[in-house]
Design a protein around this ligand. Sequence first.
Ligand code: SF4
Length: 491
Amino acid sequence: MTSRILYVPFDHLNRNKGVLKDRNPKTDVVLLVESARMITGRDFHKERLFFLISSARHFVQELKAEGIKVEYIKAATTVAGLDKAKSSYGDLPIYCAEPSSFRSFAQLTEYGVNFVPNDLFLTSRQDFMTWAKSQKTYVMENFYRAQRVRLDILVNAGKPEGGQWNFDADNRLPPPKDYVWPEYLYHERDEIDLEVAKELDYTPTKTWATTHKGALAQLDNFITNHLDGFGPYEDAVTKDNWALHHSLLSPYLNNGLLDPQVAIDAVVKAYESGKARIQSVEAFIRQVIGWREYVNGMYWFLGEDYKYKNGLNAQLPLLPVFRNSKATEMNCVSSVVKDIEDRSWVHHIPRLMILSNLALITGTNPQEFLDWMREAFIDASDWVMVPNVIGMGVHADGGIMMTKPYAAGGAYISRMTQYCKGCKYNPKLRVGEDACPFTTLYWDFLDRHKEEFVKNHRMSQQVYGLKKLSDLEELKVRANQVITGLSAGQI
Ligand code: SF4
């Protein structure tokens, strides 16, 4: 006799965590709802929709193969799906792990769903609150070191393995020359994949796995072929390889197919058996137990209204280039947007130093940019994108998360990427028709916000640099032309 409905959202696909952890096979039915609103409600990248839906359907197939009672309901909305389940099984109590967004939390609370703790992260929301409330500033590095100790990861008698907590300074090499990158791992498509692709009228790549087994294969591929080289080239961007040594694991970590603890254990084991250097191992661990957990914790800690912050009063509508790689002649931006069009993913440096940097220094409205980031990326969720965009990417929170904005001109992009050589613009020039738009806009951004940035000790040096510019008036005129041109898709 069924007595409970266990509702599993599409980002909780882990049979040993969340609401499935304590399931009773005799009395529980597991429910997944494929909501039409998810598919048509926003302009999501189809690669992302394909990945989420196909992963959920594979998950259901795997649970059924184990003899677990599962319902997969297609409905107009999540609530309509819950209603449908109740009409089949009776007015039974519905249980769910704490959902991943404020919106979903409110919706399910209103429906009367009972929550169990969300243990798909390594840090409970309560534990993060306790940490955050004990801090004067929310410096990620402090959180990360506490995580290393709390979770006992590469710590010996209170001291970090390798003698340093953080090897970030060793991990900023530019793209290497004549370097042979390992082959990409491809994931073959099966019947479920093809069915989802047909329904979406989309031809997916073979980049992303849609099963737990495929996620583990990706982890294994990372450890075997990429982990050791990951750290040094973590921040580099090349033209000949879109993945470099990045793990490509974030989609699986974020939809539940890969447990973060499993990934960490595998990486630590590789280090202990001498397969990877500490610089790389520490860099990966920092991303998973540090940044990922910190961002999720901050999302809940900062509250629902945080996503509406616009501390720099940025009002420019979203530039056409974000939705169309052909709408600009800036080689870096066009190439990165094309990569996103192709597979719904680029690594953190193009996200931060090209896309967010462009939004930041053009004064693009943070909420419009946030909406686009949510729709474009395969691993996006509210908890991922709200702090990453509002706090880090476009500095719209007045410095709550980051002490300074991540603004850069063409010189940084020229050093860390290979795009400038094939570009019609010159990263060294700030005025004139050939000037790099990033270089022009960087100085213009500093000038527009100089009164507030001069009070920031991490920015004052850059603001003082403005005084050395003899062509500031000319630069301001060019910056206006650049913004007008970008807005028209003509720069
Ligand atoms: Fe990008 Fe400027 Fe370099 Fe062109 S010159 S690729 S616009 S940074």
